[in-house]
Design a protein around this ligand. Structure first.
Ligand code: SF4
Ligand code: FES
Length: 250
């Protein structure tokens, strides 16, 4: 017989005027290799069909199942109940707009962030569909791939003290995007142009360096390194920017 599990789950439907935020208790017997994905689906199938949560891939790839698991953001499909105590508290991630219960709208947040940091290759070259692909060294391709592994789950945003205090703060995932394009030889932006994008208090200079982001990233993306590199580069750019202004005045 498996352990009897107790789930405390946040319930609230913002679309229902009669709904009031509250915690609801569910009980379930643990089965072998049970994940939170399995547990939540069983609760919905067997106990409450109105329970809202998100899953797509069940394999740690789509990023849609992130939630607060006993106070820490993580992917529910990758979390085994045997690694948790018998009492499990599930909450929706903060910062993102609540859809209902454990489901939040990370899509709009990430769309906004990608637009803010202009997350695409900037080049003057005119696209020629018949041209051969431009070569890139394996080393550089691997460096870019390392940062491309972000699944936009939002865990790093939910764990970020600054993002929780200041909704406009871009967050570590945005700096990771910028770092990825800085590495890309096809992107022709200069450091000064990147500075225009992230050289603000809502950008790289607003980071408090608490580094909760890297601790919770399920893909183990080296966010701390990227923050350091970007901050140094943007700090240098800001000095050049200031000197440019001084010399322009003279
Ligand atoms: Fe998720 Fe990591 Fe990407 Fe943040 S950097 S959104 S924690 S995969
Ligand atoms: Fe896709 Fe969990 S369901 S990452």
């Amino acid at each position: 017989m498996g352990r009897p599990l107790k789930f405390n789950i946040f319930r609230y439907n913002p679309m229902d005027p009669g709904s009031v935020p509250h915690m609801e208790v569910f009980h379930l017997e643990e089965t072998d290799a049970m994940t939170l994905f399995v547990a939540l689906n069983r609760l919905r199938e067997e106990q409450d069909p109105t329970l809202m949560f998100d899953f797509v891939c069940r394999a740690g790839i789509c990023g849609s199942c992130a939630m607060m698991i006993n106070g820490k953001p993580d992917l529910a499909c990758h979390t085994k109940t045997r690694d948790l105590p018998q009492e499990i508290t599930l909450m929706p991630m903060p910062v993102f707009k609540l859809i209902g219960d454990l489901s939040v709208d990370t899509g709009s947040w990430f769309r906004g962030m990608n637009e803010k940091v202009q997350s695409w290759i900037h080049t003057q070259k005119v696209f020629d569909p018949k041209a051969q692909e431009e070569p890139m060294t394996n080393e550089r391709a691997e460096e870019i791939y390392e940062l491309e592994r972000c699944i936009e789950c939002g865990c790093c945003v939910a764990a970020c003290g600054k993002a929780n205090m200041r909704p406009e703060f871009m967050g570590a995932t945005a700096f990771n995007r910028v770092a990825r394009f800085m590495l890309d030889p096809r992107d022709e932006r200069s450091d000064a142009e990147y500075y225009e994008v992230v050289g603000t208090d809502d950008g790289i200079f607003g980071c408090l360096g608490l580094l909760g982001c890297e601790d919770v990233c399920p893909k183990k993306i080296p966010l701390q390194d990227q923050l350091g590199i970007l901050r140094r580069k943007m700090g240098f750019s800001s000095i050049q920017h200031l000197f440019g202004k001084v010399f322009a005045r003279k």
